[in-house]
Ligand binder design. Structure first.
Ligand code: F6P
Length: 366
C-alpha cells in the first residue's frame, strides 16, 4: 500500500484545509494510507506525534474552516541539511516516500531540494548507522508534489494560488466598508494590502473597488514625480464630484528607482492636497477566515490531482506542481515554476518592469 503524507507550509491560506481534505480522501479512495505532517516542515524534522495517520473522518468539516488545521510554520531547521536528514529518517521509519506540500514558492523550493538530495540523505542515514541498507532499500525514490497555497498569487505557471481569491474577496469587502465611512466624512483613505513582492491583491482589489490610485511593485510610478501624479488624479476625481478618495498600496510597493513607497508617505501627499486622510492596514484579516467557493473548488480539484500525480510518478518524472491554467487543472514542472517566479523578482531588481509584468500569470498582464 502506498503511503502518502500531506503538509501545509509557510503562511496559511484559506483553502489549505479543503486541500488537505481532498488529498486525504482521494488517497484513501484510491487505496493509499494517508498521513498528515503537522506544523509544516518542523513536523517532518521532529517526527513522533507530528506525523499522524489520517482517516476519512479526520478531515470532516475541513471545507469550511479557515487557516490550516494541521498547522504550518516557516521552519528554519529544514533549511539546514541536518534538518532534512531528520526529515528523511522520520519519513522512512513511518514507511512514507511521497509528500504533497501545500505552500508558497519558498516551501515548494524546499520540497524540491529535499527530493534532489534524497539519495544522498539516505546514504548518510546508512553511513551514520541510523538505518540499515535493508531498511532504506524500498524508499530509494521520493515523490514530491506541490500544491500552491498562498494569498499572494505570486507563483508563476498557475493563474491562481489557493487562497488568493478568498483574500481578494475579504479585501474588497473591507474597502467597501471603508468607502462608506470615507464618503460620509468626505475623507481619503490609504489602504495597505498584503502580497509581499506581488501586486496582484493590490491591483485586483483596486479594480474591484474602483480605487483612485493603486501602487504595486510590478508597475512602479516614477520616482520624484508620483507625488504630483497622485495629487492630479485625486484632485480630478474630486472635481468630478467624488466624495471619497481611496488609494491602495501593496505592501511591496516601490517607485521606479526601487525606493519603497510607504502608506505614510502616500498619506502625507494626500494631506498636502488638503484631504483629511487616514491609513488602514488590513493585516492578517486578509489571510484568515473561510475560503470562498472558488478556492474550495480549486483546492479540491487540485488535491485530487496531486494524489493522482503521486500514483503516476516515476523516478524520471520531474516533481510536478499542480496549477490552474485557463480553467483547467494542469501539472507543471515544479522547478520551472519556482525558477520563473524568482525571475520576476530579478526583473524588478533590474528595473525591467515590463518583463516583471509579463512574467506574472495571465490574469495579471496589462
Ligand atoms: O505570504 C503571505 C503573507 O501574508 C504575505 O502577504 C505577507 O507579506 C506575509 O505573509 C506576512 O507574514 P507573517 O504572517 O509571517 O507576518
Amino acid at each position: 500500500k502506498k503511503k502518502i503524507a500531506v503538509m501545509t507550509s509557510g503562511g496559511d491560506a484559506p483553502g489549505m484545509n479543503p486541500a488537505v481534505r481532498a488529498v486525504v480522501r482521494a488517497g484513501i479512495f484510491l487505496g493509499c494510507d494517508m498521513f498528515a505532517v503537522y506544523e509544516g516542515y518542523s513536523g517532518l524534522v521532529k517526527g513522533g506525534d507530528l506525523l499522524k495517520k489520517m482517516e476519512w473522518g479526520d478531515v470532516r468539516n475541513y471545507l469550511s474552516y479557515g487557516g490550516t488545521n494541521i498547522g504550518t510554520a516557516r521552519c528554519m531547521e529544514f533549511k539546514e541539511r541536518e534538518g532534512r536528514l531528520s526529515g528523511a529518517y522520520n519519513m522512512i521509519v513511518n514507511g512514507i516516500d511521497a509528500l504533497i506540500v501545500c505552500g508558497g514558492d519558498g516551501s515548494l523550493t524546499g520540497a524540491d531540494l529535499f527530493r534532489s538530495e534524497w539519495p544522498s540523505l539516505l546514504d548518510e542515514l546508512i553511513e551514520t548507522a541510523r538505518l540499515t541498507k535493508e531498511e532504506v532499500a524500498p524508499y530509494r525514490h521520493l515523490t514530491i508534489v506541490g500544491l500552491v497555497g498562498s494569498i499572494d498569487n505570486d507563483m508563476s505557471c498557475t493563474d491562481a494560488t489557493i487562497g488568493a481569491y478568498s483574500a481578494l474577496e475579504r479585501i474588497t469587502e473591507m474597502v467597501d466598508y471603508i468607502d462608506a465611512t470615507a464618503k460620509s466624512h468626505s475623507r481619503a483613505f490609504v489602504v495597505e494590502v498584503m502580497g509581499r513582492h506581488c501586486g496582484w491583491l493590490g491591483l485586483m482589489s483596486g479594480l474591484g473597488t474602483g480605487a483612485d490610485f493603486i501602487f504595486i511593485p510590478e508597475r512602479p510610478p516614477r520616482a520624484g514625480k508620483w507625488h504630483d501624479d497622485l495629487k492630479t488624479v485625486c484632485k480630478r476625481h474630486r472635481e468630478k464630484g467624488r466624495r471619497k478618495t481611496v488609494v491602495i498600496v501593496a505592501e511591496g510597493a516601490i517607485d521606479d528607482e526601487l525606493n519603497p513607497i510607504s502608506s505614510e508617505e502616500v498619506r502625507d501627499v494626500l494631506v498636502e492636497l488638503g484631504l483629511d486622510t487616514r491609513i488602514t492596514t488590513l493585516g492578517h484579516v486578509q489571510r484568515g477566515g473561510t475560503a470562498v467557493a472558488y478556492d474550495r473548488m480549486l483546492a479540491t480539484l487540485q488535491g485530487v490531482d496531486a494524489v493522482k500525480a503521486v500514483l503516476e510518478s516515476t523516478p524520471e518524472t520531474p516533481s510536478p506542481m499542480i496549477g490552474v491554467f485557463e480553467n483547467k487543472i494542469v501539472r507543471q514542472p515544479l522547478v520551472e515554476a519556482v525558477r520563473l517566479t524568482k525571475s520576476v523578482a530579478t526583473a524588478i531588481e533590474n528595473k525591467d518592469f515590463d518583463r516583471a509584468m509579463s512574467l506574472r500569470d495571465t490574469s495579471f498582464a496589462d
